[in-house]
Write a protein that binds this ligand. Structure first.
Ligand SMILES: [Fe+2]
Length: 508
């Protein structure tokens, strides 16, 4: 079993959940029955979306701040016909635009080759759907193109985990503009959907060449999309490379965290069943952590740690401790093992029973001083929460605090029993205190912070998240980032299926 066992849930002092009224509740909601998304909510999440090309007014319940001007655009699956896993749905963009206290909604499929083949009833395309080697760009969105007023860029890059699953889309109309091309010679068959934006505007990411390859870490020009390789790190198991969904990074360092979750190439190519989708878990290997200085001025520092599994990292910043030790602080939503991958199979997701795997907001401190090359053992990541919240996903922060010390994280959480995330929490990493917003029988997605114009406090703004009510109605919820009270909900007159990652596009 993994050694990185989180503390068992503590306390759980019964307190009424914030429920649909949307008041803030201080952590530890009760373990009431039937907290999982309702039948209607799940039907909306994993059904087939109907496109809404023209913006239509949303019904606003509550009061949206007048200053909120821009669009929450979120990528995710839009059609799960004959699919097996939450990650497989064909890419659909959904949008909620806010201005003057009102809101409008629209949604549109991305015009990928995979989706076009499916629409033409190409059986092979259906069978290979959203697999790793298709161009189904369903995971995330990144602003690219020349920076205009307020730093707004005119295009969005929709991506998934293969370089060919990269499409340029128009943030105003959601139209697919073109397949993205990269004018460079960077090798690789896989990538991540989680590039780190650097302060000079470039994007930091890596591709994977395999087998007998490794991590090609690159910086990408946001206008030309040209990638320049800055470092290469060989895989620790050349025939069975570790699978990484994300990696912590900042302007100076990239950290490659190889959990002992290894891709099976026969499974990827031929669909051979494996314990974790297309992967094997070998906890005896522990986790290999490599710190790469991006300008090459320091040798890589390599550490081992107990096994753990992470989809998403929220932070990576450098600090000097009281005794003068330089270290990188890495924060994440961490699981003991990759069982969450099986939780996200559609068959269990569509059932109201079962429990989503436990995960916690955690921190690792990685020394930047000491023996060159590292070589040390690191302890398992440690808890950053002091309450009983035992599900954490989609961790996010105020983006202007990226790469530097911060205080507040915003995460998807869970009020159990449930087999999916159904709540949103604000975590104070200084105190471990957690505030939770929750809607019984509903579902929610990734929280994104938007600062109030002129704000100076880190949490002065709102957090937006897509969600679905127990009646199957889709909405975007607007939470006060300071108090965690629900300010408003923009209810959309159409169903939006399961969402992954989004972006707030300011302005019109
Ligand atoms: Fe992700």
């Amino acid at each position: 079993m993994p050694a990185a066992a989180p503390a068992a849930p503590r306390g759980a002092a019964p307190a009424p959940p914030a429920a649909a009224a949307g008041a803030a509740a201080a952590a530890a909601p009760p373990a009431a029955a039937g907290n999982a998304p309702s039948v209607a909510a799940r039907a909306a999440l994993f059904g087939t979306a109907v496109e809404q090309l023209e913006e239509v007014p949303a019904r606003v319940v509550g009061s949206i701040p007048d200053w909120l001007k821009g669009s929450l655009i979120v990528n995710g699956g839009g059609d799960y016909t004959q699919m097996a896993h939450m990650f497989d749905g064909y890419a659909l963009l959904s949008k909620a635009r806010f201005e003057g206290g009102a809101a409008w909604g629209s949604q549109r499929f991305i015009d990928t080759e995979a989706y076009r083949s499916y629409r033409q009833q190409d059986i092979l395309a259906i069978a290979t759907g959203g697999g790793s080697f298709t161009d189904n760009a369903s995971v995330s969105l990144h602003a690219v193109g020349p920076a205009g007023e307020g730093g707004r860029r005119p295009r969005l890059l929709a991506v998934s985990e293969t370089p060919k699953a990269s499409y340029l889309v128009n943030p105003d109309t959601l139209e697919t503009l073109s397949k993205a091309t990269f004018p460079d010679k960077v090798k690789g068959d896989l990538t991540t959907a989680h590039p780190t934006p650097l302060s000079d505007g470039r994007l930091l990411n890596f591709t994977r060449s395999l087998p007998f390859g490794g991590f090609h870490i690159f910086k990408q020009d946001p206008e030309t999309l040209a990638r320049a390789e800055v470092a290469f790190l060989p895989d620790r198991r050349p025939l069975t490379p570790a699978w990484l969904h994300d990696f912590p990074a900042n302007d100076d360092y990239a950290v490659i965290i190889e959990h002992p979750l290894y891709m099976s190439l026969p499974s990827l190519l031929f669909g051979t069943p494996k314990p974790f989708v297309f992967m094997d878990w070998l906890p005896e290997d522990g986790t290999r952590i490599t710190v790469v200085r991006l300008d090459g001025s320091e040798p890589n520092r390599v550490f081992t740690a107990p096994p753990f599994f992470v989809f998403h990292y929220s932070q990576c910043f450098e600090e000097t401790t009281a005794d003068g030790t330089r270290q990188l602080v890495v924060d994440m939503a961490a699981y003991d093992d990759p069982a969450i991958l099986n939780d996200l199979m559609l068959q269990p997701l569509k059932q109201p029973s079962g429990q989503v795997s436990r995960s916690y907001y955690k921190r690792m401190a990685i020394p930047l001083t000491g023996p060159k090359g590292g070589g040390g053992e690191l302890p398992a990541p440690s808890l950053l929460v002091s309450d009983s919240n035992d599900f954490c996903e989609f961790p996010s922060i105020n983006p202007s605090y990226r790469g530097r010390p911060y205080r507040y994280a915003y995460v998807m959480s869970a009020v159990r029993p449930t087999n999916m995330g159904n709540a949103l929490s604000k975590i104070d990493v200084a105190t471990g205190e957690t505030l939770t917003w929750y809607m019984q029988g509903g579902a929610v997605g990734e929280p994104l912070f938007v600062a109030r114009p002129g704000a100076s406090d880190e949490d002065d703004g709102v957090v937006l998240a897509p969600g679905g009510g127990p009646d199957g109605r889709s909405f975007v919820v607007v939470l006060d980032a300071k108090t965690w009270a629900e300010l408003a909900r923009a209810e959309l007159p159409f169903a939006t299926p399961n969402r992954f990652h989004g972006i707030f596009s300011p302005g019109a």
